[in-house]
Design a protein around this ligand. Structure first.
Ligand code: PHE
Length: 439
């Protein structure tokens, strides 16, 4: 397609795709899952399912976009043209709906990260009431920070692929890594951290075969690699020709997994430092996880560290905000690229339109938080993403014939074996896990 925007460098692509992958899922979700699923056992299973299932699914998603050079709806209908374009397009729309759902809850949570960062600033300037408001769970606060986050995402997306997504990913990702490592070193030096390292790094092998743990690790791996909403597909479509997708996909997965690992190395020891400082970290014999871990335990710890803790807390929530932003960017690009390419809309208008749709969806969740929030989160992470991953694998393994270099007569050498693995083993494994989820 003439004039289609693209990534200007390979590094730019890797940072953008890793930016999509690295998000709240890594820095919040992953350590939380570790804390509630037997420490190191979860880490071990997570590494295995990432390698065996999530990485192949990531390469498959990138591959469809890379070859079709189009947005997910058109790319999937292209890949299914031998059988039924409608089927592919339907899959594309389903994925796009997933991207919008993901954005609708993710933007709310991302907004909390920004407001918590500002709460530490309010503490630094000694304005306690303001700080209290920033951390209050009020609807008004959500209606300030959710739109703010959607707007910032929109401003970057409106600039386009190389000038928006690539440029900002190249700026944000090194900052994110530096902040993460800085925080990690600081926490590692505090008293109590050693017990955290032990809990994190020594797997309780009796838990490794627990089906619930395996399912949780799978869902986490798909969510963490952003598989199944079309964000990776559309990024793959912006690659220049003659790229090695195995290497690129491998680099993205490696970076994502490495950052999740580092986040665990930060958060789990931080919990034990908190314990050392008198913060309660166990509830009914289990490590406190989920929202209370991020919004109670850690802030409580930072507050007890004196003045320097305020800066550490601020840095932590800025880190979270950056991680979230590079993830909302990639999901927003999915519907925007569709409107621009398939409907001929101007990029700025398309971005504005999608931002409004996301805002309406987020507002609906905010207004019905108790009933809707966890419902949407669970639907997206447990069902939508693995289901779409399965769809991609079936499309590439079984439906797509002509021009498919991974499977069939055109596949050669080692690629042929990988193709067979994608065609037979991955869908089977994924179906097995999936049957377990709906059981
Ligand atoms: N991978 C992101 C995270 O770990 C979440 C995400 C899912 C982003 C799907 C884009 C698409 O937080």
């Amino acid at each position: 397609m003439l004039g289609r925007d693209s990534f200007h460098s390979r590094l730019g692509f890797v940072l953008a795709a890793a930016g999509s992958a690295v998000g709240l899922g890594n820095i919040w979700g992953f350590p939380t899952q570790v804390a509630s699923n037997g420490g190191g056992a979860f880490l071990l299973v997570y590494l295995i399912v990432t390698l065996l299932l999530a990485l192949p699914a990531l390469i498959t998603e990138l591959y469809i976009g890379y070859h079709a050079k189009a947005n997910p709806v058109e790319a999937l209908s292209e890949a299914t043209s031998g059988v039924s374009r409608k089927l592919g397009a339907a899959g594309g729309y389903f994925g796009m709906a997933g991207a919008l759902m993901m954005l609708s809850f993710y933007s709310i949570v991302a907004g909390w990260m920004v407001s918590h960062a500002l709460a530490f600033i309010a503490q630094i300037i000694e304005n306690q009431p303001l700080s209290d408001w920033f951390v209050s769970h009020s609807t008004l606060r959500n209606f300030v920070f959710t739109p703010l986050f959607i707007a910032v995402t929109g401003l970057i997306i409106a600039k386009g692929v190389s000038e928006g997504i690539e440029k900002w990913s190249r700026r944000f990702m090194p900052v994110l890594l530096a902040m993460l490592i800085g925080l990690l070193i600081y926490i590692a030096m505090q008293e109590g951290a050693a017990e955290g390292f032990r809990t994190y790094l020594s797997p309780d092998l009796s838990k490794v075969t627990d089906p619930d743990l395996i399912i949780a690790a799978m869902g986490q791996a798909f969510f963490s690699l952003s598989i199944g909403v079309g964000g990776m597909m559309v990024y793959g479509s912006y690659l220049k020709p003659n790229e090695n997708l195995f290497k690129l996909g491998g680099s993205v997965a490696l970076l994502d997994t490495f950052i999740a690992f580092l986040a665990g190395l930060l958060i789990i020891p931080a919990m034990f430092v908190a314990k050392h400082n008198g913060v309660q970290i166990y509830d009914n014999g289990k490590l406190i996880a989920e929202d209370r871990l991020i919004f109670d335990v850690l802030p409580d710890l930072f507050m007890r560290m004196g003045d320097v803790g305020l800066y550490v807390g601020f840095a932590f929530f800025v880190l979270m905000s950056i991680a979230a932003l590079t993830s909302t960017i990639s999901s927003t690009e999915v519907p925007v690229s569709y409107l621009v390419e398939a409907k001929g809309m101007q990029r700025k208008k398309a971005t504005l339109g999608i931002s409004i749709v996301v805002l309406v969806a987020s507002s609906t969740i905010i207004m019905n938080f108790g009933t809707l929030f966890m419902l949407v989160v669970n639907w997206v992470s447990r069902y939508q993403l693995p289901l779409m991953g399965l769809f991609y694998l079936i499309v590439v393994g079984w439906v797509w014939k002509r021009g498919n270099h991974l499977v069939g007569q055109e596949a050669k050498g080692a690629v042929r074996y990988l193709g067979m693995y994608l065609k037979w083993v991955c869908p089977l494994l994924l179906t097995l896990v999936f049957l377990n989820v709906i059981r």
